[in-house]
Design a protein around this ligand. Structure first.
Ligand SMILES: [Zn+2]
Length: 336
């Protein structure tokens, strides 16, 4: 048996990375603990699978963190792998007689979490309707919608309430003074945290080194998430980042280089999607031409569909495709 992976390491002064396991191909979400004189701040939380709380308890034991010393929980965005254990971390405090640490998130993603995660299944019909409009066969739409219910069990208990973080504010944790920046794309309300003195950026899932962040257009997503994502990559190009601490995968050290690679990736993906619209196509048609669809898990199929829709919508915004709708969204090349 290989030795158990040590889940905690100090990755920058007073910043500890905690590796939380995930039951997906992605395998791990990177969460962070930051120490200051008053106690600890958590950035992102993992999913409520049995190994999740075990990993946090191991980290707390390694760093001698007692209940009552967690000051706040910060979520970079509302996605399940980042949000999922925020309520459990609060209950770890309340069960031992301490007040729960407040959970902070952007106003936009707090609203998304309420609609999508905390709506007791009301999203089922919305999602079925979305998959139908994407042109997906009815049986597959049903399977993908049913499968998402499993995820909801991994997000219990929910946090008691959200406190709001606003872009432009400064979050002071120990010696760090993090400037809060809104970076829409991966989610509408995604936030990153920039400390100018150390040139450290907590970048959530906005920029990842080993994979390209998923940019999806769901029923609740604001218009053209890919256009807003590319704009927010450009906006961050001028930051002199020395170390970006991401939500998945290794620390990013070549910041400008990675931003350019991501922009290039989306240009290529847009060209593939454009070519796959021949002469007209639904979202599902394009997704099955661009992705190796049958080899994907249901979880991955959902992302492939929503990512395809984000790219096709961006091509509509650029004037390269035209959209018509008759129960199913159909795209065709504007020049034809
Ligand atoms: Zn993530």
């Amino acid at each position: 048996m290989p030795p158990p992976m040590k889940p905690v390491k100090e990755i920058a002064p007073s910043i500890y990375q905690v590796l939380l396991p995930l039951p997906f191909a992605l395998r791990i979400v990177n969460c962070y603990l930051i120490r200051d004189t008053e106690g600890w701040t958590i950035i992102d939380t993992g999913l409520h699978i049995p190994e999740g709380p075990q990993t946090w308890l191991q980290a707390f034991s390694d760093l001698n963190i007692q209940p009552g010393t967690l000051q706040r929980i910060i979520l970079t965005h509302y996605h399940p792998d980042h949000y999922g254990l925020s309520g459990w971390l609060q209950s770890w405090h309340t069960e031992q007689g301490f007040p729960p640490p407040p959970v902070f998130i952007s106003a936009i993603d707090g609203e998304q979490a309420h609609i999508i995660i905390q709506s007791d299944g009301r999203q089922v019909s919305v999602l079925m309707d979305f998959f139908r409009r994407c042109g997906m066969p009815e049986e597959l739409a049903r399977l993908l919608t049913e499968d998402i219910q499993k995820l909801h069990r991994l997000l219990q208990p929910p946090p008691n309430r959200f406190h709001i973080l606003s872009p432009g504010e400064t979050l002071v944790v120990g010696d760090y003074r993090f400037h809060i920046i809104h970076t829409p794309g991966h989610s509408d309300g995604h936030l990153v945290f920039w400390d100018e003195a150390s040139r450290i950026l907590l970048c959530g899932d906005h920029v990842l080194q080993h994979i390209t962040p998923n940019i999806s257009q769901w029923p609740t997503t604001a218009a053209n998430p890919l256009g807003r994502y590319i704009a927010s990559l450009k906006q961050l190009e001028s930051l002199p980042v020395q170390k970006a601490l991401p939500g998945h995968g290794p620390v990013i050290t070549d910041w400008q280089g990675r931003l350019q690679e991501l922009q290039h990736h989306h240009e290529e993906r847009l060209a593939h999607m454009y070519d796959a619209v021949q002469p007209s196509a639904s979202v599902y048609d394009v997704a099955t031409r661009v992705f190796d669809f049958p080899s994907l898990s249901y979880h991955e199929m959902r992302f492939a569909i929503a990512e395809t829709r984000a790219h096709l919508e961006h091509l509509v915004h650029l004037g390269e495709l035209a959209l018509s709708e008759n129960g199913v969204w159909r795209y065709e090349k504007s020049s034809q």
